[in-house]
Design a protein around this ligand. Structure first.
Ligand SMILES: Cc1cc2nc3c(=O)[nH]c(=O)nc-3n(C[C@H](O)[C@H](O)[C@H](O)COP(=O)(O)OP(=O)(O)OC[C@H]3O[C@@H](n4cnc5c(N)ncnc54)[C@H](O)[C@@H]3O)c2cc1C
Length: 486
């Protein structure tokens, strides 16, 4: 296998709203030194991910205009966080810096219309705005990145993060595979993870094109502290072609409406996703065991977006030196649940901060490892190959004998993974499996199978990352208390 080496000051992985913002802010950062060389990797060309290719073709963004609104929002973010990790400093940063980042988007000629109805989980505040036409928004961001000198490389799937044992295990780059399966090593002292969330790994999900769900696995593979990882947003969808179904509609379709408590239904009508740790999740549980809906088989909870990710500080730094995370790859600015529009705002606030901090680090002493040492068997790339049980070593025009073919067993687990993950992690309402804290045989069984597969099977890099992401979700699901369905 031929390996190509590239160098960058800042490497941004992902081309959604978080990755675009991070790349742009890194390239424009005033570091006092020469302009940083920013390379941005995406696993496909054109609009991708939940940001630019979601099926609504629109996105809401929270836009608190006054300190009063920011304070109300902060209170609500805390109220709905549930039993989850939340960092008040990140919440305040999100709300205080949000308006400036919305103005940045306006400077890119992105136009918003006011949202007259609800900001999900906070309808009375009416502080959201909406962008229609995601391909056009993608064109604005990519045009700005091009103008700022960002080198965007499409069709590069990031499959590994490199750490350098000789430099306190700091991050020193990443490995990607191109569409032909050739491997590329990117040497960089600052790496930004903006790969989106884990929803694409579920059997039923609504993530946008070229979303992979590999981000948690990649970060876990290098020891990044992760939080809130199984707190995904799940929403009701049904019909063919698939469409979003509000809970009021869902309740109207079955006999189960009679059994539901009116105040709970009213509370449930204030937000689209299933609500972790909130009393109104009883409505979803009732729907999940409603015979009409089950017989019909039409309506299901679909994985929509993750609320978990890397635990970061206000500069979007993870615990691993040189590694930053933003957007759906990061958490702490919201807990188990989040207000509608808060994620898009988070992509901009923490994408910007990640880009600036990464640029600063790359200029201020993050030393690039020597290219030759990088590729030696005991250098970072060799160590990564070792960890992945691939043959590492100095790149050579002679193809490396890489045992990339999955064995039948791991192939079986990977083929079944979306369905298994759904059984283990989608709120069940007690209709088959129990939730975490009440015993969850599906999650326990999957955890054991994943451990086994990861320990014993030779896997492709992507397969391994899928299993690692799934393990992260399942272990979090088993660890955190979730209300037992009554
Ligand atoms: C249908 C839908 C509607 C939504 N509506 C709203 C809303 O109104 N308001 C709101 O706040 N949030 C909303 N969300 C959530 C929000 O859109 C996302 O959380 C947010 O856009 C995520 O941005 P991101 O940049 O972190 O990830 P993404 O936009 O998902 O981008 C991830 C990028 O990484 C790339 N990638 C992934 N893996 C790899 C890899 N291994 N190598 C290289 N590249 C890779 C992808 O191709 C993509 O370019 C919605 C989500 C969905 C699915």
């Amino acid at each position: 296998m031929a390996i190509t080496i590239h160098e960058a000051d800042v490497l941004v992985c992902g081309c959604g709203l978080a990755g675009m913002r991070a790349a742009l802010s890194a390239a424009r950062a005033a570091t006092g030194g020469p302009a940083p060389v920013v390379v941005q990797l995406g696993c496909s060309s054109g609009p991708t991910g939940s940001s630019f290719a979601n099926e609504n073709n629109a996105l809401g963004i929270l836009a608190p205009q006054t300190p009063y609104h920011a304070e109300l929002l902060e209170r609500r973010i805390v109220e709905i966080a549930g039993v989850a990790y939340l960092d008040r400093e990140l919440v305040r940063t999100l709300l205080e810096e949000g308006p400036a980042r919305v103005r940045d988007m306006e400077m890119l000629d992105i136009t918003f219309r006011p949202e007259r109805h609800a900001a999900c989980f906070y309808p009375e505040a009416q502080v959201a705005r909406v962008v229609d036409g995601l391909a056009a928004m993608h064109a604005r961001f990519s045009g700005a990145c091009d103008a700022a000198g960002v080198r965007r490389l499409d069709n590069m799937t990031v499959v590994g993060i490199l750490r350098d044992a000789a430099q306190d295990d700091r991050v020193c780059g990443a490995v990607a595979e191109d569409a032909a399966g050739e491997r590329h090593v990117f040497v960089a002292p600052a790496v930004v993870m903006a790969l989106g969330g884990p929803a694409p790994l579920f059997a039923r999900h609504v993530s946008g094109r070229a979303a992979t769900g590999l981000g948690y696995g990649l970060m876990r593979s290098v020891g990044v502290h992760l939080g809130n990882t199984s707190f995904l947003q799940f929403m009701w969808y049904g019909g063919a072609p698939r469409r979003f179904v509000s809970v009021a509609q869902a309740c109207g379709t079955g006999r189960c409406a009679d059994t539901l408590d009116a105040p709970l239904l009213q509370a449930r009508a204030t937000h689209c996703p299933y609500a972790w740790h909130q009393p109104d999740n009883a409505v979803d549980h009732a729907l999940l065991v409603c015979p009409d809906l089950l017989e019909d088989g039409q309506l299901h909870l679909y994985a929509h977006a993750g609320n978990g990710g890397a635990v970061v500080d206000v500069r979007a730094r993870t615990n691993v030196s040189g590694l930053f995370a933003c957007g759906e790859c990061a958490t702490g600015m919201h807990g188990a649940n989040r207000i509608g529009g808060a994620m898009v705002l988070a992509t901009q606030v923490f994408g910007h901060r990640a880009g600036e901090a990464a640029a600063e680090l790359s200029q201020g002493g993050g030393t690039l490892v020597g290219r030759r040492r990088m590729m030696k068997p005991d250098g970072p790339y060799g160590e990564w190959c070792d960890m992945m049980r691939l043959d590492g070593g100095v790149p050579d025009p002679v193809p490396l004998p890489l045992p990339l073919v999955d064995t039948p067993d791991s192939a079986d687990i990977l083929a079944e993974l979306p369905r298994l993950l759904e059984r283990a992690c989608v709120p069940s309402g007690g209709g088959g499996q129990d939730e975490g804290g009440c015993g969850n045989p599906a999650a326990e069984g999957l955890e054991a199978a994943l451990q086994l597969a990861l320990a014993e099977q030779p896997l492709s890099p992507v397969g391994r990352l899928q299993l690692l992401t799934a393990l992260e979700l399942v272990q979090h699901r088993l660890r955190v208390p979730v209300a037992c369905p009554s």
